[in-house]
Design a protein around this ligand. Sequence first.
Ligand SMILES: [Zn+2]
Length: 276
Amino acid sequence: MRHSYRTKFILLLSGLFAFLVTSAQPLLWPHHKKAVIVLTYDDALLSQLNNAVPQLQKAGFKATFFLTSDIDPSTIPRWRSLAKQGFELGNHTLYHPCSSSEDVTVSSDHMTAYQMVREIEIMNRMLFAVDGKNTRTFAYPCAETTLGGKDYVDSLRRYKLVKYARIGGDTDAVVTDFSHLDLLRIPSFGLEDSTSSAALIAYVKKVEQSGGMGIIMFHGIGGDYITTSSAVHQELIDFLVKNRKDIWITTFQEAMDYAARHSLPDRQGPVPLRAH
Ligand SMILES: [Zn+2]
C-alpha cells in the first residue's frame, strides 16, 4: 500500500507522539508506592457525608469533596470537621452553572468568563470561611470547560484562583506524563449511575500498571443521584485497603503538589526516575 506524503507526515507525527508519550518517565511516588488514586466527590451531597465518609474514615483514607453553595448551616460543621481531619474541600462554583438541559437549574449558556470567574472567587471565600485554607482546587460543573460554546479555561488561568482543576473523562483518564499536563485540565474517570465494583477495580489496576495517577469522580453514594451504591463503594475501599502498600490514596491537591514538585518543568531539582 502506498502512502501519500500527507499520510506519511501524519504517520511520522504519530510515531513522534508515541515516542514522547512512552519516553515520559513514571513518577516515583512516596513510600515506594506504584501509583496514586484520588477519590473525588462532587456537589456537596448528604449521601457522601452519611455513607462515603464513614467508609473512608474507617480505612484511614483522605479524599476531595468539590463543594458548591449547597453547603448549609447543618452541613458546614461536618465539612469543617472533615477539613480538620485532612480531607480536602475543593471549589465547584456557587450555583453549578451548566449548559442548558432539563435538569440544569442555572444555565451557563449566556455567562461570560468573568461571571464564572467571580462565582469561583466567591466560592473560594466561602470555603476559606469553612476551612481557612488559601489554596484551592477546582472541578468544572458538569465537567464543562465552555460557556455558550466558548472555552474559559485560559480566562480562569489568568486570575490564579485555583491551583489545579479537574475535567471529566472515562477509564482512559490515567495521567502518567505530568510534564505535559495542563494543570487546569486534569482528566478523571467520571462515573455513571450504578458503576460496578468490577469496573472501578479494573480502572485502579490499570492506573497501578501505568505507574501514574487516576482520579475518580463520584456523585451520590448510596443515595442522591448518579449513584454508586454503598456496597460498591465499600468494595472499592476494601480493594484499596488491600493494596495500600502499592497505591497511594490521597487528596487531589496533595497528589498534584507531589507530582508538580517531582516532574513539572519549573520545579527544582532533577526528576527522580523509577528504578528499573
Ligand atoms: Zn457537579
